[in-house]
Design a binder for this molecule. Structure first.
Ligand SMILES: [Zn+2]
Length: 103
């Protein structure tokens, strides 16, 4: 499945969350969960390392610590996130975003 088909948005966190920002200004991405999108869907929020986020902004891990991913590419079409994105146990999806492909 392509990331572009999951209604992705790049985000900045500045008190409130700004949507539709450019990739070079983005601090996070969210997109529809590739597993849950046919039912009661939800967004997957992934925040980027090295983009100036405070620890209490953006995605948070299960242990209450900030979770950050290395991001590369130029936009939705070729985005790569490392490491994998693990939504368990709140949803079954644990997968990868590699070169714009969600697996
Ligand atoms: Zn899900």
């Amino acid at each position: 499945m392509r990331l572009v088909d999951l209604a992705p948005e790049f985000l900045r966190h500045e008190g409130r969350t700004l949507m539709g920002v450019r990739f070079d200004q983005a601090q996070s991405i969210w997109f529809e969960c590739p597993v849950c999108r046919d039912g009661r869907g939800h967004h997957v929020l992934v925040s980027f390392a090295g983009r100036g986020l405070a620890d209490d902004q953006g995605s948070q891990g299960r242990e209450g610590k900030p979770s950050r991913w290395e991001v590369s590419g130029t936009g939705f079409g070729d985005l790569t996130l490392k490491p994998s994105v693990d939504c368990t146990p709140s949803c079954p999806w644990h997968g990868f975003v590699t070169n714009g492909e969600v697996t």
